[in-house]
Ligand binder design. Sequence first.
Ligand code: G3P
Length: 255
Amino acid sequence: PSKRTRLIAGNWKMNNDLNEAKDLAQALVAALPEIPEGVEVCVCPPTVDLRVVSCKGGVKESPIKLGAQNVYWEASGAYTGETSVAMLKSVPVEYCIIGHSERRDYFKETDEDENKKAKALIAGGIVPIFCCGESLETREAGEHVAFVTAQIKAGLEGVEISSGDQLVIAYEPIWAIGTGKTATADDAQEVCGAIRATLVEIFGQEIADGIRVLYGGSAKPENIAGFLEKEDVDGALVGGASLKADSFAAMVEKA
Ligand code: G3P
């Protein structure tokens, strides 16, 4: 098992209006009065829900932390529909998912975009949860490790951090997202281990040792323990199972 503080993060994706978001946050706080030692928990609601989830009646005064699902790298101005780092920071938000395969695919985001987002977030004191992961085709061609390490190198080009807690990586094989199909724990370790080796090349051993690398893709209470036995898997980025307080709480208990 990993020697780092585990991170169990919930990506709500485009689910829950304000009332539903508040209810889910409340249910989670009730289901998790205490968080096991060595575990950190974070939820990432849609942008419009962030404030209500952050307030009293949401996760405020609970140990549950808050993350966003997207950000734009410019500081302010004429970028209709976008949200800046400073706006997220004012909520306040501690984490922000970037590079999710849904954004890369549906919204045509590129490695360069993710790189700008990573730099803007780190400069603004928000921790990026940088997602990477290969398609089924790439895996079947046996190119998954090369593909993912290339994504990491391109997305983190020129990114500077002074400590491992300023960055989180999430390995999410695209074929396992929302499909009910999970990677095996050994599949996850293979790629998460390769990600760690790439992080050592980029940031040096000491910083790389402190960066959490999560697994994501149909993670649920029944399979999380297997992933967390692996030395380079430091937690999970959870989609579907994070929308039910009891499932998400059960995953935290097992971490
Ligand atoms: O970011 C989390 C994610 O993409 C995994 O989704 O529903 O397969 O757990 P899901």
